[in-house]
Design a protein. Sequence first.
Lengths: 325, 325
Amino acid sequence: MSLNLNNVELRYTHHLGNPELRTQIASFYENFSWENIAVTTGAAESIFSIMASLTNKKDHIIVECPNYPSFWYIPQSLERSMDLFFLDFEENFKPNLEKLEDMIKPNTKLICLTHPNNPTGSVITQGELKEIIDMIEDRDIYLLMDETYRELTFDNPLPAAASLSSNVISVSTMSKVYGLPGIRVGWSASSEKTIIDGILKVREQTTICNSALNEYIALQILQKKDRHLKQINHRIRLNYEILKDWIKSQAYLELVPPKGSVTCFPRFDEPTEKLCRLLVEKYQTFTVPGYCFMMDSFFRLGFGGETEELKNGLEKLALAIEEMK
Amino acid sequence: MSLNLNNVELRYTHHLGNPELRTQIASFYENFSWENIAVTTGAAESIFSIMASLTNKKDHIIVECPNYPSFWYIPQSLERSMDLFFLDFEENFKPNLEKLEDMIKPNTKLICLTHPNNPTGSVITQGELKEIIDMIEDRDIYLLMDETYRELTFDNPLPAAASLSSNVISVSTMSKVYGLPGIRVGWSASSEKTIIDGILKVREQTTICNSALNEYIALQILQKKDRHLKQINHRIRLNYEILKDWIKSQAYLELVPPKGSVTCFPRFDEPTEKLCRLLVEKYQTFTVPGYCFMMDSFFRLGFGGETEELKNGLEKLALAIEEMK
């Protein structure tokens, strides 16, 4: 795809994003308009801004784990009280809603879930999502739903969660499914104006606005979203089949098959730090050791790259495992 | 200037900035290498990250005023104790160093100055800067020196302050002198590795990294810095002469002549909110009312734009003043 950037003026942009880009993003949500969207510096700034503006020091946050580690580091930095809601391998990494309900405290203000989950690829059902929404609506709790990989669900994607309740904030990004982390464009979507205003207040003190150039690129890509998604989905499914076949040959690995995303979270029969270090140092092959997700015996295995690169990486991984055994 | 962006990969970049860009920026400081530079999302993110990482809740911050308002909003958000160090019109907006020294408390950790000052255009002398550095070095206090307009000092620019002491952090940006706010590239410079590390820790939780595309553009511009600065300085001096002549004709305005930057801070004989509102609503001419800087009877008047635009704006300003009197 070729873009002409000559007419983009490199001035300050709108602090919540170019209205045309916000309108385009709003069209992914039911009955949303541009005012329901806050464009941010990647999804990262959305997460930070929501946590900083929506919660205060008296509030309690529940964070699904494993997950993108900022989800627990940010509450620590902001001195919020926080508990991790662990997904269990034995439960196929599906969130246990009874356990979640038991974790809710009188001062719980925010629950953070990521589905398709990073790194496990687990996806809750629409019924489970609705059950969670029922759980929070009566209690004045918000759900931050990280939907970064929603468009890469192998079966039917969940509906965009923010469309289902004013207590849900959807967060997404151009960095993963669209493969464009280098443009630093993400967003939050909420039907509540106070949520969008809160994000604005934080941004005014951190980054002010997005890059005019990058907002233009994001708009061009999102206007042709379906074409891009078709190509990407095709490659990811092909890669996943390769991974699925490969894992059968691995005696020391167990896998809950991912239902979406571009990562999975195999279990090894010992802590994975050594394995991951050997892989990167000897084989220049990159995985993420489980201790980064506070689950030592697992590791994150990505399959979103080029197919040849994946095949090559899996070969190296097999060699490293052999070497350790 | 024409740029070919076809070969820029839109991946995640280095979290503290592209090493080549960091090396280029380091060359503006004496004996600095790329490791002394943290590239951030504009200067805004530098200011936020420094305040968040360098100070904790027990620390006291002194902020020069008038100034970019985030300098006092960020400490409020972070719940730091903070005092404003006011520049006085009667002292030609020069910082009164005795007053500054009197404001220092046992728990003062950070002093924030902006020179050339935004909005007054006041510039401290090299002697005064050295006096301030002497004042802080013995006391384990840091100076955050916002040098956004340093290259637009009408006489000789001050040396980059971070070069003078490990207690000084210089902050600057592509947004002002280079006129490229739309690329969101700024930086911090410090000879202390712990300062740069602290900025990294905050960034990991807010924006992760800069845009690959924008870092590339910044590098291309900074590699031809002298050529750009020559052009820009030429226009600003021309604009300033026009402004200086014009202000003589204004009976209701008093001005401390700016010594640098692209803004000045005239005093009106009443609070300026009405004047600024009339200007923007009736004359589509934009100034910033003094209450934004907590100095009601002043307003910020920018002269950095196109010369014809400035002339036109000054005419409108004269009409609005006439209308109020």
